[in-house]
Design a protein around this ligand. Structure first.
Ligand code: AVI
Length: 323
């Protein structure tokens, strides 16, 4: 459904279902190995802490990906081709796309996010900064299959998915997500995606255990949020941040570790923790170039090109549907 949000942008509302925070927390804490999905990190404070993580000296992915985009913008544009509709699932503040817009010169840009107010504000700012660009903001849950609410009169569609957010999906879900994107962009379509590489364990461990404790605060904020929003009584300080690279699974795991035996209530539900028992809060998978290309192929894409930094920390892939 098309609604005009402001003079300069078009707005489409797919009315995404909000996640059921309460049910997912109760279900996750009721498991033998307790888990809480990482999508719940991002309340206002969690989003602020994540932005702070992106600027930390140890957290190399953000600055490395941005440098790759900056250094290769013209070459990337050459592969993406002229006059595409550029769709960005999970666009947030639409920060990184600004590194590409002047080179790619898409016929239209479609930021897509579940948070309506944030989406509209960010889309309006892009529109004001790039007066030549047609902006079509879409409020939708990008993790679900989606038909685009707007199709350009001509040209192909390319999705942009930076930040290695693909790493926070379990591998089977990552392939499913890529297949949804392939269906969304259609036959002539493409995908430009940022993927964190497998590397030296020390660099990875440092990136998720920063010396200022910002990642620890980000992890613990999940419990602060559960206390506030779900009426729980977590003693937040009695849970330690624990993050480490699991080489066998090719992922960084984040956990919250109970320092002592304790009981926590979430509303009327009671959960027992033994000392050292953990809540698994995030997996961040790392892919070699070949491993990611295998996933992309399974999802119906062909690898076209890949750009990396000199230290081989991060990769940006361009994929096209079929071929
Ligand atoms: C959003 N995502 C790609 C980040 C990551 O590296 O997996 C989230 C994060 N967790 C701890 N630090 C950053």
């Amino acid at each position: 459904m098309r609604q005009s949000a402001a003079e300069d942008i078009s707005f489409y509302d797919n009315h995404p279902e909000p996640a059921d925070f309460y049910s997912e927390v109760i279900e996750g804490l009721g498991r033998k190995r307790k888990i809480i999905p990482p999508k719940f990190f991002y309340d206002a404070e969690g989003s602020r802490l994540f932005d702070a993580i992106c600027g930390l000296p140890e957290y190399y992915p953000t600055r490395t990906e941005m440098q790759i985009l900056r250094d290769n913008a013209a070459d990337i544009a050459g592969h993406v081709g002229e006059d595409c509709l550029l769709v960005e699932p999970g666009s947030g503040s639409s920060h990184k796309v600004r590194l590409l817009l002047d080179s790619i010169r898409p016929s239209a840009y479609m930021p897509m996010d579940i948070s309506k107010d944030h989406l509209i504000g960010a889309a309006q700012r892009v529109s004001a900064e790039y007066p030549w660009l047609d902006v079509h903001a879409t409020c939708a849950d990008f993790t679900e299959p989606l038909d685009l609410p707007y199709e350009p009169p001509q040209g192909h569609t390319v999705a942009f998915f930076p930040g290695s957010s693909i790493g926070n999906f379990e591998p089977e879900r990552a392939v499913e997500f890529l297949a949804n994107i392939a269906a969304m962009v259609g036959k002539q379509g493409g995908l430009l995606i940022g993927v964190d590489l497998v590397m030296d364990h020390e660099i990875l461990n440092a990136a998720y255990n920063d010396s200022q404790g910002v990642t620890a605060a980000f992890n613990r904020n999940l419990l602060v949020r559960i206390n506030r929003e779900l009426g729980a009584d977590f003693d937040v300080d009695s849970f330690d941040h624990h993050a480490f690279y699991n080489a066998q699974e090719s992922r960084v795991e984040m956990h919250l570790v109970s320092e002592v035996d304790q009981v926590v209530c979430v509303n009327s539900h009671r959960f027992e923790f033994a000392g050292n028992e953990t809540i698994h809060t995030e997996n961040s998978y790392k892919y070699s170039i070949e491993a990611f290309q295998t996933c992309a192929r399974e999802a119906g894409f062909s690898p076209i090109n890949v750009w990396t930094d000199a230290q081989n920390l991060f990769s940006v892939h361009y994929l096209e549907v079929g071929k």
